[in-house]
Design a protein around this ligand. Structure first.
Ligand code: PEP
Ligand code: MG
Length: 397
């Protein structure tokens, strides 16, 4: 059972405060820390200032959860939810709840002698709870790696937020070899073309050359792929994060048509603003086959938002971000519903990260179709790549 709870403010990757939670049971002690979004959906749960969230954990949550048994994630998260009691977790803070919920997962996994990803897998697939872990089908999530960024993550660069590559490979290590080779070729190309100062990194570790042409980054990625002999080794993706883009739907549709025509576009996230569902619907009707059209700000890992999106048939994929909803159990409920709808599931980091690598375990655990991680640079991004590799290494031996 939980014997001790502590929480404190720590820094995130943008030099702002976030929270870290520590739970202890006997000699087991674990920590978890919570990321924050920069380009947030308006219906995400409330993230309170770190000092307030810490205070809530110490004064309100701790006395309620001390003594709670381990390995009881659903009831534990339900207790957290009820303690807050608001639909958007504004009383205690979605960040406070999630830090405690994640740490509880880690502690429960440890007490059951499981890796975190195995523990999450058992929660995600209750029907195989008693099966041997080694016989469960385990396939690596496909990487969605950021090469060039703009939008709110690199103001003054390109209008869209994320230009991604999706390696064609069967293992994490092979995928990472492709993206690191491409990333380093791209650095040289951008330096030659825009000057060495243009290789400075955006918030998520990618390059951020200044360009007004929203598709120019794909041209650079294509050129770098040809220069490095990687032309057929990946597809590309785009997170338009359209809520922060000043182009109208007509202009956006033209750009998406051009991107589909000229580049191997496989993934398109938040192509329109979160309240423009009808535009999603017509895009999906046009491109359903062969293109993942994903909700992020649209769906915010929230089953009610997902039901609305499905009622209109507006997307065929979705982003999963635990801190959009605030507990591990609710995150897994969103994953379950996405599967029922036949949507692809992409686990994602946030703009403002910590070194916590929980999402790598989550992606392996739920058998995610993909994981979006930022560039293979900056410690808080690299932590997730390295954890994906670590899990793969244990599976391959
Ligand atoms: C995103 O929009 O997918 C993203 C990672 O950005 P943020 O965390 O800033 O919302
Ligand atoms: Mg997004």
């Amino acid at each position: 059972m939980i014997e001790n709870v502590t929480a404190r403010s720590i820094l995130n990757s943008r030099g702002e405060w976030t929270i870290e939670v520590t739970l202890r049971s006997g000699e087991w002690k674990v920590t978890a820390s919570v990321p924050q979004g920069e380009s947030r959906g308006s219906r995400e749960v409330v993230s309170l200032p770190a000092d307030q969230a810490v205070k809530n954990i110490l004064e309100i949550i701790a006395p309620t959860i001390i003594g709670h048994k381990l390995g009881d994630q659903n009831n534990f998260d339900d207790k957290l939810k009820k303690l807050d009691g608001t639909p958007n977790k504004e009383k205690l803070g979605g960040n406070a709840l999630l830090g405690v919920s994640m740490a509880y997962s880690r502690l429960s996994a440890l007490s059951a002698n499981l890796s975190l990803w195995q523990y999450l897998r058992e929660l995600a697939i209750p029907s195989v709870k008693n099966a041997q872990h080694s016989v469960l089908p385990v396939t690596p999530p496909r990487l969605l790696s950021l090469m060039i960024e703009g939008g709110l993550h690199a103001p003054g660069a390109s209008p869209f937020q994320e230009y991604l590559v999706l390696p064609r490979a069967t293992t994490i290590i092979e995928s990472i070899n492709i993206i690191t080779k491409l990333y380093s070729t791209l650095r040289q190309l951008i330096s030659d073309r825009f000057g060495s100062s243009a290789t400075r990194l955006g918030d998520e570790g990618a390059f951020a050359p200044a360009t007004n042409d929203p598709l120019a980054p794909f041209a650079l990625i294509t050129e770098a792929s040809q220069a490095s002999g990687l032309a057929d080794k990946f597809e590309v993706g785009l997170d338009a994060a359209a809520d922060n883009v000043s182009l109208n739907p007509e202009e956006l549709n033209i750009l998406y048509d051009q991107a589909r025509m000229n580049y191997p576009l496989r993934y398109l996230e938040d192509p329109f603003k979160e309240n423009e569902l009808d535009n999603f619907v017509s895009l999906l009707t046009k491109f359903d086959k062969g293109l993942m059209i994903a909700g992020d700000d649209l769906t915010v890992t929230n089953v009610e938002r997902m039901k609305l999106a499905q009622a209109k048939k507006s997307i065929n994929a979705m982003i999963i971000k635990p801190n959009q909803i605030g507990t591990v159990t609710e995150t897994l409920e969103a994953v379950k519903l996405a599967r029922e709808y036949g949507w692809k599931v992409i686990v994602s980091h946030r703009g403002q990260e910590t070194n916590d690598d929980f999402i790598a375990d989550l992606a392996w655990g739920i058998g995610a179709d993909g994981i979006k991680l930022g560039a293979p640079a900056r410690g808080e991004r690299v932590a997730k790549y390295n954890r994906l590799l670590e899990i793969e290494a244990t599976l391959l031996t």
